[in-house]
Design a protein around this ligand. Structure first.
Ligand SMILES: Nc1ncnc2c1ncn2[C@@H]1O[C@H](COP(=O)(O)OP(=O)(O)O)[C@@H](O)[C@H]1O
Ligand SMILES: [Mg+2]
Length: 391
């Protein structure tokens, strides 16, 4: 089955799209990527998303939901064209959407208790309408309804696609936020442990954009950090961030590692008279060390660390990860034949495939849900999807 996966993470850098051929189920499940690409958001749109995620009005979020639906549909159509296929060749789209808010800890509601919530936008109805392809979106909501944090959902894909018969792998994703998945030897789902580890590109991007007045949006290849020196005092403070010592299941986002933290870091930079390069060097090391704290909650032996996400291209973080995990070797998704930047899009193609087959998508031990559930809300392209209920 040909499935398109669409993903835009907490970085808000653009829509990653992957066209994936998926066959089989359980142990015989196989997937490979036919095409992958990123449709980058223009700077103004990225800024709108970041702002809306913190202080967006209902009107702005309502509008962005429809607007991003168009961007996601475009990303799907482009990746289909890149594979020299037509929309009619595609069975399904799985779209993560764009997270604008994530409140996994719950807010007390009188008489009801703690209510957890999450909000992903990029209207699936728009995607289905523009592409003519049945679209599954809103994957996180059902896991939350079942008592989970709604995140992370990619570990199921890590276990299915990145398992190794003889080696236990620690899969690291360096997106806006960093997260890890422990995939035991052979990939048995029972042994999978996964959680967010803390800051990654979101903090670095926020700093670069603020300190260069928007001239640069990321520390490309880690070049700026490579010219600086990590500050021990600030690093010590950052390593004391309460999220790092929290016990899993845990997930986080822009609420904890977004603009408020960037403000704080810039204040610390002024107080301690650090250069931009020193500040980036400090936060790059913080990222790697925060990933390293994951070992505290992983009992099993790790034979290999495999890193994916846009941060793979940051040489400074990658260098620190090698030191943090030494002597365990650190490699990348690309080295295993998967495009690092597109893997999360592949994961949502796979989750959509599982839903279409009526299979569970979440790992309760990972999200904290009370039971496994079928994830997502389906927008049928046409009557063929509905007809199956009338036979
Ligand atoms: N060449 C590069 N050098 C350093 N960082 C990069 C590079 N390319 C991408 N990135 C980082 O990766 C981020 C996007 O990664 P991605 O995996 O899409 O994260 P998310 O899932 O949070 O959107 C960008 O915001 C940027 O910080
Ligand atoms: Mg992204």
């Amino acid at each position: 089955m040909k499935v398109v996966g669409l993903m835009s993470g907490t970085s808000g850098d653009g829509v990653d799209a992957a066209l994936v051929e998926i066959t089989g189920r359980n142990k015989s499940l196989r997937a490979h990527t036919l095409a992958a690409q990123t449709l980058a958001y223009p700077r103004t749109l990225q800024q709108r998303i970041v702002t809306a995620s913190v202080s967006g009005t209902v009107g702005e979020i309502c509008h962005l939901n429809a607007l991003l639906g168009e961007w996601f549909a475009d990303a799907a159509l482009q990746v289909i064209r890149r594979a020299k296929l037509r929309p009619t060749d595609i069975a399904l789209i799985g779209s993560h959407g764009q997270t604008v808010h994530h409140l996994p800890h719950g807010i007390q509601a009188p008489g009801v208790g703690a209510i957890r919530s999450t909000l992903q936008i990029a209207e699936p109805a728009v995607i289905a309408e523009r592409t003519g392809i049945t679209t599954i979106g809103n994957f996180r909501a059902r896991d939350i309804a079942a008592g989970g944090q709604g995140a992370p959902l990619t570990p199921a894909a890590h276990a299915l696609l990145l398992k190794h018969p003889k080696r236990a792998r620690l899969v690291v994703n360096l997106g806006g936020i960093s997260n890890v998945t422990y995939v035991p030897r052979g990939g048995s789902e029972e042994g999978v442990v996964a959680f967010d580890t803390g800051p990654a590109n979101m903090v670095l991007d926020g700093l670069v954009s603020r300190l260069t007045g928007g001239r640069f949006l990321m520390d490309r290849d880690g070049k700026m950090a490579s010219r600086g020196k990590a500050d021990t005092r600030l690093l010590g403070k950052l390593l004391a961030h309460p999220f790092l010592s929290k016990r899993p299941p845990k997930s986080t986002g822009r609420e904890e590692f977004g603009p408020a933290l960037v403000d704080e870091l810039i204040r610390a930079q002024h107080q301690q008279k650090l250069s931009m390069e020193d500040l980036l060097a400090t936060c790059s090391m913080w990222t790697a060390k925060a990933v390293g704290t994951s070992r505290r909650w992983i009992r099993g032996h790790v034979d290999e660390v495999v890193v994916g996400g846009g941060g793979v291209r940051n040489r400074v973080i990658m260098g620190h990860l090698s030191s943090v995990f030494s002597p365990v070797p650190v490699t990348t998704f690309d080295a295993l034949g998967w495009d690092s930047k597109a893997f999360e899009a592949v994961a949502f193609a796979l989750l959509a495939y599982q839903t279409a087959l009526g299979r569970w998508g979440n790992l309760p031990a990972v999200t904290g849900a009370t039971h496994p559930v079928i994830l997502g809300a389906v927008v049928p392209a046409g009557p063929h999807w509905i007809k199956r209920f009338h036979t």
